[in-house]
Design a binder for this molecule. Structure first.
Ligand code: SF4
Ligand code: SF4
Ligand code: FES
Length: 257
């Protein structure tokens, strides 16, 4: 995208890169200090087929409205900080390719963007992630062992490592949890991301606290609240089989590991 201009004015307009297509971006705005509640605001933005949707938001913030608030860091689908609802679907803004969103037949395009659902909105596209991380912390997402520390590494077979490989890929973006109808209905449900991160240690042969985590997930706000609707699996930008992981935890609860 073209270099950022300071304070664009009529005499110094926001740049329109060659080959770009003008699109409408409808953003859910919320400022806790203005008393207006949430409202939609539209921006006209020139988009290149090489852009990610994150570039579009950065363009708005750089040239059109510096007050637009959103999180982002890595811009490469690694940090998990830019989860948002784009055209009604939870996505990482940096993983949405504009070439997939631009019109094929010259028709006008409007893209809507809202904060992820089920967590309190702090400003514009930024939500309070604390309830999400509370659930994550509650399942003890770290290796728990007893006895003497080994002198070298803790040995594990390839087959044992493979058992929880999928759930190691979680980047804690919250796309899954905030696409879950059960979580929307009642935020006290641990949610799929917490269960995925519990799974990662429950099935780790080096860990000794599987029973403890299973007891936590057997509680009223645990895995039994899941209705197996697969929203979470569809939403995961890392391709983790979230619902399958939840089913494995349920099975571990029903039968001995
Ligand atoms: S499969 Fe379970 S955790 Fe995933 S979205 Fe559906 S109800 Fe929520
Ligand atoms: S399981 Fe997938 S969607 Fe859920 S927090 Fe982890 S990376 Fe994000
Ligand atoms: S900015 Fe890091 S995942 Fe998108």
């Amino acid at each position: 995208m073209t270099a950022v201009a300071e304070n664009p004015t009529a005499a110094n307009p926001a740049p329109v890169p060659e080959g770009s297509t003008m699109i409408t971006v409808k953003v859910a705005r919320f400022n806790p200090e203005d008393g207006q509640g949430q409202r939609w605001e539209s921006f006209q933005v020139p988009a290149l087929s090489t852009d990610r949707f994150l570039n579009i938001l950065i363009y708005i913030k750089s040239y059109l409205d510096g007050t637009l608030t959103f999180r982002r860091s890595c811009a490469h689908g690694v940090c998990g900080s830019d989860a948002m609802r784009i055209n009604g679907v939870n996505r990482l803004a940096c993983k949405v390719l504009m070439k997939d969103m631009l019109p094929k037949s010259g028709k006008p395009v409007t893209i809507t963007v809202e904060p992820i659902r089920g967590l309190p909105v702090e400003k514009d596209l930024v939500v309070d992630m604390e309830p999400f991380f509370d659930a994550f912390r509650a399942v003890k997402p770290y290796l728990i062992t007893s006895g003497n520390e080994p002198t070298y590494e803790r040995i594990q077979s390839q087959a044992d490592r493979a058992r929880f490989d999928d759930t190691t890929k979680c980047i804690l973006c919250a796309c899954c949890t905030t696409s879950c109808p059960v979580y929307w209905h009642d935020g006290s449900y641990f949610g799929p991301a917490a269960i995925v991160n519990a799974h990662r240690f429950i099935f780790d042969s080096r860990d000794e606290a599987a029973r403890e985590r299973l007891d936590i997930l057997n509680e009223v706000d645990g895995v039994w609240r899941c209705r197996t609707t697969f929203n979470c699996t569809d939403a995961c930008p890392r391709g983790i089989e979230v619902t399958k992981a939840i089913q494995e935890v349920k099975r571990a609860l029903l039968f001995a590991r």
